[in-house]
Design a protein around this ligand. Structure first.
Ligand SMILES: Nc1ncnc2c1ncn2[C@@H]1O[C@H](COP(=O)(O)OP(=O)(O)OP(=O)(O)O)[C@@H](O)[C@H]1O
Ligand SMILES: [Mg+2]
Length: 595
């Protein structure tokens, strides 16, 4: 991953500027809020500096001279300023965060939209966990950049400068003396920061290893349990988990060492002020212009000076991690594996549903075609089955028809229009797909039938489901159609999942049906149910059915046999049996199994 990759950290500066420029469009609409927060934070700083000044005046005018008149006014000022400081700081940090969250909201939805637009080829190649990380963890890192980012750093810097000016105005010799400590502090902090950062990078790395391990072993828990791999999985987990603890401890150790030592250094500085300033005060108060109040103010300013100074290095680290995250986010946004939308799209008014494959050649790796010169036609309203050995390229045919991928050679047409000339959404709304692995979303049964289509009413969805006799299945569920579907439909059988997928398609009533039958064997009762449902689904529409079961093939108009990427036979069930070729052999095999 990027964080551990030294190549990615090398060209920092220029890259950071480029990243900031790219972030700008997301931040710009928040410009007003950011300015407001800068003003608030600066106001807060001014109030903080002024409270000390008020105390200085109180000491000089009243405590040193022992007069009480006017002290009340100063105390009132003190209270007002303190209140302003509290309110200003709260509002200032809040507005920065509002601006940040707004900007990230836009970035997040841009990312999600981008993910949706990226082609199947991209998603097939890219691990899911990594993409999830971009939209969650990396965005979070950017959020931190806002809260301790440019605005607060700017406010801190202005505060530091103002404090130095005030210190000089109080007593320049004393200021010069204490400022000697500052380079020491900065040096020490930087040195330790490097260690903190290295430890932090290790921690992030071990965390992502732990996440990957967890994800794999929770999803594959059934396999772990069935193959009694628990002990080995546990050992693996404990190993990674231990690494994570070590990395975390190392990071915490350097963090606490850093904060303890900077705190001590600031105490040392105060001791220095007391010693040197005290000597000046006692020796020649008139010549140096130093009063007890001024000395107090000096110490208080110095204390306030150290807070942002210590924070600065931390904020720089946060900025650096944010830049790494931004880099990864923009890397993803730069991916442009889109399927091209047609330049001048053709939208035929109605789909009749004639399909033609003409010399289609395609390979997931272009050098290794999985389909070679496949040509066939499906007339309007015809039911055609595709059969063949596993891995022959049947599912791939459907992926090309719905343009999850584009053909390398040849063409596919729908009603005479090349699928690449139809707008993607138009093409996909005209073809109803039942995929081989039915994917169900969380929600109830009816929700999965409607798939969030606003134009399908609940009644229509229910009618579609009833026509497929889904109601017979559903009435066994305690909550009927409202029965919750667990993650990926884990609480449903594969037959039930298929029926839901059928109903999904029937509810949108497309002109063309493309069905990829699940390979799994089903019992004869479900077989009957699926068979009737399929008949209902295919009636009156062009259907391309990838069939694994004999019963499916029985009532289609024509059968295509695909073997190793080629169309080798074509005809009706009887014709193909008579020919005694590949289909006849396939039929014999299944008949043996079933008989
Ligand atoms: N996303 C992918 N990336 C790379 N290769 C793939 C991908 N999907 C499938 N393949 C390969 O393409 C070939 C055809 O796969 P396809 O899924 O079309 O077979 P199939 O005929 O549907 O098989 P089955 O009957 O088992 O469903 C196989 O060799 C498979 O390994
Ligand atoms: Mg398949």
């Amino acid at each position: 991953m990027g964080r551990g990759d030294p190549r990615k950290r090398a060209p920092r500066r220029g890259a950071d500027l480029r990243l900031l420029r790219r972030l700008w469009p997301f931040v710009r609409p928040q410009g007003g809020l950011l300015l407001a927060s800068l003003a608030l934070l600066l106001g807060t700083s001014a109030a903080a500096l002024a409270t000390t000044w008020v105390l200085k005046l109180a000491i000089e005018r009243h405590f040193e001279t022992d007069t009480g008149a006017g002290l009340g006014v100063l105390l009132a000022w003190f209270c007002v300023l303190a209140l302003l400081e509290v309110v200003g700081r709260a509002l200032g940090t809040w507005t920065v965060d509002v601006a940040g969250q707004n900007a990230l909201l836009r970035l997040r939805s841009t990312l999600f939209r981008h993910l949706q637009a990226l082609s199947s080829a991209f998603h097939d190649r890219t691990p899911t966990g990594r993409l999830v990380g971009r939209v969650t963890t990396d965005i979070e890192a950017l959020q931190e950049m806002f809260s301790s980012g440019v605005v607060t750093i700017l406010a801190d810097l202005i505060f530091l400068c103002a404090t130095v000016v005030l210190l000089f105005s109080l007593q320049w010799k004393l200021t010069l003396a204490v400022l000697v400590v500052v380079p020491l502090l900065v040096g020490l902090t930087l040195w330790m920061r490097v260690r903190v950062r290295a430890a932090y990078a290790k921690m992030i790395d071990s965390r992502s290893r732990l996440n990957a391990f967890l994800h794999e072993h929770i999803v594959g828990m059934a396999v772990v349990q069935m193959f009694t791999r628990e002990r080995r999985a546990r050992t693996g987990f404990d190993g990674i988990s231990g690494d994570m603890r070590d990395a975390q401890l190392r990071s915490v150790w350097w963090e606490s060492a850093l904060s303890a030592s900077t705190e001590k250094l600031s105490h040392l500085t105060i001791a220095l002020i007391l010693a040197y300033g005290g000597a000046l005060l006692l020796d020649a108060p008139a010549a140096t212009g130093l009063t007890l109040g001024a000395l107090f103010a000096f110490i208080d300013y110095m204390r306030k000076f150290f807070v942002p100074l210590n924070d600065l290095s931390l904020k720089v680290t946060v900025l650096q991690s944010a830049m790494t995250a931004a880099e990864r986010i923009f890397d993803l946004l730069d991916r442009d594996d889109f399927l091209p939308e047609p330049a001048s799209p053709i939208v035929p008014p109605r789909t009749r549903g004639a399909i033609a494959f003409d010399g289609v050649t395609f390979g997931y790796d272009p050098a290794e075609p999985v389909l070679r010169g496949v040509s066939f036609q499906v007339a309007c309203g015809e039911r055609v089955a595709i059969v063949g050995a596993t891995g022959g390229g049947k599912t791939t045919l459907l992926k090309l028809l719905t343009r999850l991928y584009d053909v390398q050679e040849g063409s596919i047409t729908l009603d005479g229009v090349d699928v690449r000339e139809l707008p993607l959404s138009e093409l996909r709304s005209r073809i109803g797909i039942v995929p081989q692995d039915v994917f169900l979303f969380g929600g109830d049964v009816l929700h999965n039938v409607r798939l969030g289509h606003p134009e399908i009413s609940e009644a229509e969805a229910r009618a579609a489901a009833d026509r497929l006799h889904l109601d017979e299945v559903v009435k066994r569920f305690p909550l009927g159609y409202a029965e919750p579907v667990r993650e990926r439909g884990a609480n449903l059988s594969s037959g039930e999942r298929q029926l839901i997928a059928f109903a999904r398609v029937l509810a949108v009533a497309p002109a063309v049906l493309a069905l990829d039958e699940a390979t799994s064997q089903v019992d004869s009762q479900s077989e009957h149910l699926l068979q009737t449902a399929l008949h209902e689904l295919t009636s009156g529409r062009t259907s391309l059915i990838i069939a694994h079961r004999l019963s499916t093939v029985r009532d289609v108009d024509r059968i295509l046999v695909i073997e190793r990427g080629r169309l080798i036979e074509e005809g009706t069930h009887e014709e193909l049996l008579r020919e005694g070729g590949a289909y006849a052999r396939l039929h014999e095999l299944q008949f043996d199994e079933n008989g």
